[in-house]
Design a protein around this ligand. Structure first.
Ligand SMILES: C[S@@+](CC[C@H](N)C(=O)[O-])C[C@H]1O[C@@H](n2cnc3c(N)ncnc32)[C@H](O)[C@@H]1O
Length: 275
């Protein structure tokens, strides 16, 4: 914004630098920091003797004035909010999860659309999620089942812009065989898919006993028009926080119907329905 005299609003002129600047109170800057800033010409002494920090202004390509503020190791501006201040839907409940805004800034600076991004400590999949949304290709790796399952659940909720798959390196003693049970029923008014069971077979040492088979299920997917080759998740049935898994959904089935169940360890089972 410019004032009546054509200056950026509220700005003062720095004679030595030939630049406009605004000021902010010294806040909790120590005397040592103030001395360092003074040496760099960044301290403004008001006529009343109050010390303030100068922020020089530069005109952006869009004609607006911006504070020329060096980036330091603490990023806490509006684009990079801590996770607790981000929209609830972003929080995957993964202990060490970083905010998407942080990764978006890094990827925008460091890569161009179409570039490949590798995160070998994927955790909840923040890097992969942001890369996908910014049109970058990505590889996500993690040693933990919970991380793989969380990354996958996160990615499946995004509109897919490119084909992707998650590979898990098998760890010792994990159950392999899964079986999904589901039915398809058609009436004049609706076609319904019901998930009726999910079985986990094989070595189960160390696995928690579950009271009901639905506890194994993280989410399930329906391909309502399967082409015989690629499973396309045209409908996704996710678990809402603290709610039981929905097991019956209405679909618009056009052809072959397949159901794919993804369990809490990231393993999956697919079944074709007849009816
Ligand atoms: C700090 S977390 C990453 C959090 C992630 N940036 C996010 O936003 O959710 C580190 C991750 O590294 C994984 N990890 C630790 N050692 C590993 C290893 N040797 N190979 C692969 N992943 C590993 C852990 O399982 C954990 O999920």
């Amino acid at each position: 914004m410019l004032d009546a005299k054509g200056r950026p609003s509220g700005a003062k002129w720095d004679e030595a630098r030939g630049l406009w600047f605004t000021t902010a109170p010294r806040g909790d800057y120590t005397d040592v920091s103030i001395a360092r800033l003074r040496e760099a010409g960044r301290v403004h002494d008001s006529p009343s003797g109050r010390v303030a920090i100068k922020y020089f202004l530069r005109r952006g390509d869009d004609g607006r004035w911006y504070k020329d503020q060096p980036i330091d190791a603490l990023w806490d501006d509006a684009e990079v909010r801590p996770l607790r201040h981000c929209p609830k839907r972003e929080d995957m409940g993964y202990d060490t999860q970083k905010p998407e805004g942080l990764l978006a800034r890094i990827l925008r600076w460091a890569t161009r659309p179409g570039d490949r991004v590798l995160d070998c400590f994927s955790g909840s999949g923040t890097t992969a999620s942001v890369a996908e949304q910014l049109g970058r290709r990505w590889v996500a790796i993690d040693v933990g089942d919970a991380a793989i399952a969380t990354t996958r659940r996160r990615l499946v909720q995004l509109p897919a812009t490119q084909p992707w798959a998650l590979a898990t390196i098998a760890q010792a003693e994990r159950p392999r065989a899964r079986r999904a049970l589901a039915t398809l029923s058609r009436s004049d008014s609706a076609t319904t898919v019901e998930l009726t069971g999910f079985e986990v077979e094989g070595p189960s040492s160390g696995l928690p006993a579950v009271a009901h088979w639905t506890s194994w299920v993280d989410y399930w997917l329906i391909d309502t028009d399967h082409d015989g080759a690629v499973f396309r998740a045209r409908q996704r049935v996710m678990r809402a926080p603290k709610q039981p898994l929905p097991t019956r959904v209405q679909v618009e089935a056009r052809g072959r119907v397949l159901v794919r169940v993804v369990d809490v360890l990231g393993e999956e089972a697919t079944v074709e329905l007849s009816g």
